[in-house]
Write a protein that binds this ligand. Structure first.
Ligand code: PML
Length: 274
């Protein structure tokens, strides 16, 4: 589904479904387009098409929510994690500029050192498409999200997308804030850290967006082919965890006694989650 207002993207959604679910999904998607806080669309498009090939199965990323006090704090934590995997300050700032400007249908692909945009169509970006979840995995994920008392649909959809993206060749990280004006929680996901929810990542003045940081050695054409055209289903669910602090973010370190490889070893006093 794609909804736009006077030529500008305002909302979108997609999934992989069995034929019998199509009427229900179309109803759901038109409701989503018509109730978006970005306004009533002047044009809505729905495309239903068969998959070009059998989907590849990937596991969902493990989910955690990071303790952050406010937007500067959330951005600092995201920056510390990103710089730990080789993303430069310049590239991180380029990501925040993408969020401020917003209005893109897809994601920006950023060089991790220069922050330069690498995708051919800078106005549209690259849209992670052809993604969904198996019926059994869907039930399990919904019950885990509910058990954590988290807001369902937004996390559910973003996690499926982030899990496909994290399995892409050459992806270092994804950083995302919502295009919904009232939704301030964003996420940072990486194959090494999982899906880290960051309350307050979005600034009030941001329009929202999504960026992929990609290894310099990666061929952009094959990455775009994977993101846009390779069907991927989440078939296995990793745990949906609770609130963690920034020094607990490295998955390689989980369960190892005494090991804490995450960022910010000296945690400031008086931090609170929100
Ligand atoms: C979106 O609105 O599509 C992006 C959602 C980002 C955060 C989802 C979450 O709550 O984990």
């Amino acid at each position: 589904m794609r909804a736009e207002k006077k030529g500008r993207h305002i909302s979108g959604a997609e999934g992989i479904f069995t034929l019998d679910r199509i009427p229900e999904v179309l109803e759901d998607y038109s409701g989503k387009a018509l109730s978006h806080t970005n306004g009533t669309p002047s044009r809505m498009s729905f495309v239903v098409e068969p998959l070009p090939r059998r989907p590849t199965l990937v596991p969902s990323l493990p989910v955690f929510t990071l303790e952050t006090a406010n937007t500067p704090d959330a951005r600092e934590v995201a920056g510390e994690i990103l710089s730990g995997i080789g993303v430069s300050t310049r590239a991180i700032e380029a990501a925040f500029k993408v969020f401020a400007k917003g209005g893109m249908r897809g994601a920006a692909i950023l060089d991790p050192l220069t922050g330069n945009r690498l995708e051919p169509d800078k106005k549209r970006g690259v849209r992670a498409s052809m993604l969904g979840i198996t019926g059994a995995a869907e039930k399990k994920l919904i019950s885990q999200i509910e058990a954590r008392g988290l807001q369902g649909t937004r996390l559910f959809e973003a996690l499926i997308l982030a899990s496909k993206v994290a399995a892409a060749p050459g992806i270092l990280a994804e950083l995302c804030t919502s295009d919904n004006g009232n939704y301030m929680t964003g996420y940072l996901s990486t194959p090494l850290h999982g899906y880290l929810r960051l309350p307050n990542l979005k600034k009030k003045t941001d329009r929202g967006g999504r960026v992929f940081f990609v290894s310099r050695a990666e061929r952009i054409e094959s990455l775009i082919e994977y993101l846009e055209e390779t069907p991927v289903l989440v078939g296995k669910i990793s745990p949906v965890g609770g609130i963690i602090s920034p020094h607990e973010t490295d998955l390689r370190d989980r369960g190892k006694p005494g090991g804490k490889k995450g960022v910010r070893k000296k945690v400031r006093a008086g931090r609170s989650s929100s």
